[in-house]
Design a protein around this ligand. Structure first.
Ligand code: FES
Length: 101
């Protein structure tokens, strides 16, 4: 695993989400209640971009057909049993770093 700086911390306000590309992956990055989370951006249904969807609590809704994932774990809330990858995140030196394979 390698830590990759994907954003400046100040670029992600509380409650905001962003789409970033790193190491050949598209990631949805979210700041929620002071913590930052990163999951795969690409919806396993038909490829919608989760990072462009609505955030309600810990649930990020795909903008295409409203499948929904918990940003803390990548677990599907609707439908359950369909998950996306989640990645460890750290903030340091004014940046947001994601651990990627
Ligand atoms: S593409 Fe995400 S719910 Fe259909």
């Amino acid at each position: 695993m390698t830590a990759v700086r994907v954003l400046d911390s100040e670029a992600l306000a509380e409650g905001a989400r962003a789409v970033v590309e790193a190491r050949g992956r598209s990631l949805a990055v979210v700041r929620l209640r002071g913590s930052v989370f990163a999951i795969d951006n690409i919806c396993p249904h038909r490829g919608g971009e989760l990072g462009l969807g609505d955030l309600q609590g810990h649930h990020l809704y795909c903008p295409q057909h409203a499948w929904c994932f918990d940003v803390r774990t990548g677990e599907g809330f609707f439908p359950q049993g369909v998950n996306v990858a989640r990645f460890d995140v750290a903030e340091r030196d004014g940046g947001i770093w994601v651990e990627l394979p």
